[in-house]
Design a protein around this ligand. Structure first.
Ligand code: IMP
Ligand code: MG
Length: 187
């Protein structure tokens, strides 16, 4: 019988090896802290969490349960077009419900801001739906990789410019269900 990987194991996904980087315990502590920050900042409001699929689904599930407010929830799915850095845009695969967003205090929940391309192009699209306010909560941020100025109110961890998987994030479709976050291991 196979067993789920233990956090101290090096794991292999497709052609790459990954080493443990953020344990489930560290993730839980930080995500709970972010939830409490949001609860304070939105104390008398009912924020609408818009979750970026697929990568943010686990982070969002933990974050929302740490926000003790009458929240609401929606989902969106976008993908980056491949292309040169100047022509890249985003493809909205599952659009948000504009009626649910209009006039609401929207918190966009993202797994990771890497180049910043996705949010740089998607945030102006969301503004067209006239939310009362729009902020970003991202679990991970790679300051050395970012190419666009993206406003982020809540950041879980600033991490080096190395590929990571787990806790919702994938490498070519695999690794999302890992309880911790793993960083690619240099050969
Ligand atoms: P962007 O470069 O900021 O537009 O990042 C867009 C998306 O690329 C993120 O939402 C992730 O889905 C994905 N991504 C970026 N860096 C990583 C990584 O290290 N691991 C897994 N997915 C990543
Ligand atoms: Mg993503």
């Amino acid at each position: 019988m196979t067993h789920p990987p233990q956090m101290n194991d090096i794991i292999r996904i497709h052609d790459l090896r990954f080493r443990p980087y953020l344990t489930p315990e560290r993730l839980a502590k930080r995500v709970t802290g972010m939830g409490q920050e949001i609860r304070r900042d939105y104390a008398d409001r009912q924020p609408y969490f818009l979750v970026m699929l697929k990568g943010a689904f686990i982070f969002a599930a933990d974050l929302l349960r740490a926000v003790d407010l009458p929240i609401e929830l929606g989902f969106v799915r976008v993908s980056s077009y491949s292309g040169t850095s100047t022509t890249r845009k985003v493809n909205v695969l599952v659009p948000p419900d504009p009626e649910e967003i209009r006039g609401r205090d929207v918190i966009l929940v993202e797994d990771i801001v890497d180049s910043g391309n996705t949010l740089y192009h998607f945030l102006p699209e969301l503004e067209k739906a006239s939310p009362a306010s729009l902020t970003v909560a991202t679990l991970l941020y790679k300051p050395d990789a970012v190419e666009h100025d993206v406003p982020m109110e809540y950041i879980g961890f600033e991490i080096p410019d190395k590929f990571v998987v787990g806790y919702g994030l994938d490498y070519d479709g695999q690794g999302r269900q890992l309880a911790g976050i793993y960083q690619v291991a240099e050969e």
